[in-house]
Design a protein. Structure first.
Length: 191
């Protein structure tokens, strides 16, 4: 019981920082302005980790690798602690435990990214209907537009209603299923 409570708290705290680090990564990659309330919050809460890593790992081709590696390190640490608390013995595969934990962390970062994109697309769609001039609308539009654009080219609007977010959300659900299947394939290596 105490282990489950500790894991719940640890998962909530690390998950929060992983999402913030991924938001920072995607905002930088997609050239979305940090000059808004959410952008300032993300920078203020992640600078303690990103700035030291940035001294060692510079950006590459406009990608904020420090944020991405920070998210990978935080989530890998969480997974290592979680597996240890759940008494995983790592069995005969002790030699590959670290690479497998890193592989699971990468799969889960992709899963977090998909969930993040689902949230961004939903908020962007709702804002476009309710208040397209909201202060955070440009942020959500900037984050969702590159992912919606390919679907908008294939699916014309019907009666001036853009159905591309629905198709993108369906594709993201399929991606989540594939990532869950991949994670299930990796876990037995450390059990």
């Amino acid at each position: 019981m105490l282990t489950n409570l500790l894991l719940l708290i640890l998962e909530a705290v690390t998950g929060f920082f992983v999402f913030l680090l991924l938001i920072r990564f995607y905002m930088q990659w997609l050239r979305v302005s940090f000059r808004n309330q959410l952008g300032r919050f993300v920078v203020a809460t992640t600078d303690w980790l990103v700035q030291p890593v940035r001294r060692i790992v510079p950006g590459l081709l406009g990608l904020d690798l420090a944020s991405l590696l920070g998210a990978l390190a935080v989530h890998s640490g969480y997974l290592a602690i979680a597996f240890w608390l759940k008494r995983f013995s790592f069995g005969a595969h002790a030699g590959i435990a670290i690479p497998v934990v890193l592989a699971i962390a990468v799969v889960e970062l992709l899963r977090f990214s998909v969930y993040l994109l689902i949230g961004v697309v939903l908020v962007s769609a709702v804002l476009s209907w309710v208040n397209p001039h909201a202060p955070l609308a440009p942020l959500f539009n900037g984050l969702s537009r590159p992912f919606l654009r390919p679907f908008q080219r294939l699916i014309p609007p019907i009666a001036q209603v853009d159905l591309s977010p629905l198709v993108l959300l369906l594709a993201l659900q399929v991606a989540l299923m594939l990532l869950a299947w991949l994670r299930v394939l990796l876990v037995p290596f450390i059990a």
